[in-house]
Every structure is written in C-alpha cells, then in structure tokens.
Design a protein around this ligand. Structure first.
Ligand SMILES: Nc1ncnc2c1ncn2[C@@H]1O[C@H](COP(=O)(O)OP(=O)(O)O)[C@@H](O)[C@H]1O
Ligand SMILES: [Mg+2]
Length: 280
C-alpha cells in the first residue's frame, strides 16, 4: 500500500501544516473537503472500517453510521473519541496518533486517519515460550499457557517511544491497546491506532503495555503530561469540549494530576480485565 507522495516524516507529526504540503501533495483544505473515495474495507466485524483515498493520500475512514452501539460507551460517538485522542497526542508532541480528523465521507460523517505503511516484519509485542524471554530490550507483561498448555510469556519492547505510548494511554484512559493497535514503522517509530474506546470517566485502562509498573516517569514524560495538563485549560480543552463530555474532561484532568503527583507508571486496578482481548 502506498502513501502517495507523503513522506513518513510528514505524517501525523505536530509540525505538519499546510505550508509543508507543497507540490503534488494535498493541503489541509483538500484533506478536509476533497473527495474521499472508498477503496476497501479493513474490518467487517464490530465496526465498519474502510480504506480510502483523498487524492493521492491513503486514509482510514470510519463512518459514525457504521459504529455498533456500546453499552459501556453510551455518550457521543467513537469517531469523536478518535479525533480527541489525536488532539491529545498533538499536545504531547510525541506523534503517537497519526493525523486524525472528522469529516464527511460516502457513508456520512466519520473519522479519517492518515494511513501508515507499517513494517510487517517488526513486532513491538510478542508472545514467546517462557524459556525464551530475551534478557534485554524487552519487558515482561505476564505468564500464561498456550492452547497446548505450554508456558508462554507476553513481552513488549522496552523503548522510549513505546513508553510514551503507554503514558498517552494512561491519560486518555485507553480501553483497547492490543497488539494490532500498535503500528511498527520501519524507522523504529511506533504509532497507536484505534482510539474509539478512550476518555471514559471511569477507570478503563486495558492494555498490553504493562511492562513498566511502578517505574518512575522520565523528565521528558512528566514534561509531556504537564504540557497536556496546561493545554487543557486553553485550546485543547476547548477542542475536546466539542468531542467528549464535561465529566470526561474533568476525569482527564484528574488523571493527568494523579500521574504528575505519583510520578510513576501505575499498575492495574479495578475489577475489569487489565489486558484487552484478544491480545493481538
Ligand atoms: N492509520 C492506520 N495506518 C495503518 N494501518 C492502520 C491504521 N489504522 C488502522 N490500521 C490497521 O487496521 C486495523 C483495523 O483498524 P482499527 O482502527 O483497529 O479498526 P477497528 O475499529 O475496526 O478495530 C488495525 O489493527 C491496523 O492493523
Ligand atoms: Mg481495532
């Protein structure tokens, strides 16, 4: 799959602006209003997720009309939560979420996200046999057994870029960080996708990225949370108000404050499973 003329370093970053998209590339106005054509369907299961193009730009398109109602996320729509997650990612400045926005499409209003050509040969999260856990570079999540009762261990990469994603997930209260929602880019960057189950006012954190429980947050990570918390009283808060409920924004602020006060990665809590299913 091709991203047209967009280079990877043009994608999704907070530096991305209309001025940088010259030549044959589409400017902001076209991405927001240019014709969106469907080229395929990615998932047919729970929600309708499509692949499409706007000019030469490949995008994911999830129309609100294709969302299945969820008893535990009754407010608003998933597309707005995905757009909200992108705004938070931009405030962090860590380029976790590929550029995501709301716009009209062939099946009505929905979320659109820039497609990222991930590297199929890399895995940020892996299930290995228990006697084959690497000594360095990886973090242990949990032990279990496979379908033939052999001991296995879930591990994920131990990298600054994945730590940032874990911090992002904590503050947006991501209930669905499974393996397939981490895109491994060839240059080592990792993008997070599928953020429809975020911003709930109750604790919903469900993730495979539990490898740093109780570890101190780095200066960079604390600065990022601080930045988001400050932005929340300004433009970020105003933009989020259009997308999620006031209670959810208040809970979001409280999660930032708690994380800044604790200064370390939290562990699982509550009665709900701490890991999404399926894991990958
Ligand atoms: N922006 C993207 N770029 C590249 N691949 C993506 C992108 N968004 C989703 N995908 C891929 O498509 C799969 C399904 O998308 P996802 O957002 O999880 O949709 P759904 O809500 O239907 O689960 C993801 O697991 C991922 O592999
Ligand atoms: Mg998904």
């Amino acid at each position: 799959m091709s991203e047209g003329d967009l280079r990877d370093d043009d994608l999704g970053g907070h530096e991305l602006g209309g001025d940088e998209l010259g030549g044959d590339e589409l400017g902001d106005d076209d991405l927001e209003a240019g014709p969106l054509e469907l080229t395929g369907r990615i998932t047919t299961a729970s929600n309708a997720t499509f692949l499409g193009t706007i000019g030469n730009t490949v995008v994911v398109y999830k129309p609100v009309s294709g969302e299945r109602p969820l008893w535990d996320f009754p407010d608003g729509d998933l597309a707005s939560r995905e757009a909200a997650a992108y705004l938070v990612s931009e405030s962090f400045g860590w380029n976790v979420v590929p550029r995501t926005w709301l716009r009209d499409g062939p099946l009505g209003t929905g979320m659109v996200q820039l497609w990222q050509d991930a590297d199929p040969d890399q895995d940020a999260v892996d299930l290995v046999s228990a006697d084959n856990v690497p000594d360095t570079g990886w973090r242990h999540v949990f032990d279990g057994s496979d379908e033939r009762d052999r001991p296995v261990t879930l591990i994920h990469e131990d990298s600054p870029v994945l730590r940032r994603m874990a911090v992002f997930d904590i503050v947006v209260n991501n209930a669905d960080r499974k393996g397939a929602h981490i895109l491994e880019m060839a240059d080592g960057h990792r993008h997070g996708v599928d953020h429809g189950l975020t911003f709930h006012s109750e604790h919903k954190l469900r993730t495979v990225l539990w490898g740093w429980i109780d570890e101190p947050l780095s200066t960079d990570e604390l600065a990022g949370i601080d930045r988001v918390r400050s932005d929340l009283t300004g433009p970020l808060g105003e933009a989020l108000a259009e997308l999620v409920t006031p209670l959810e924004i208040a809970s979001f602020a409280a999660r930032c404050d708690r994380l800044l006060a604790d200064g370390r990665f939290p562990g699982p809590r509550g009665r709900m499973p701490a890991v999404p299913w399926p894991i990958f």
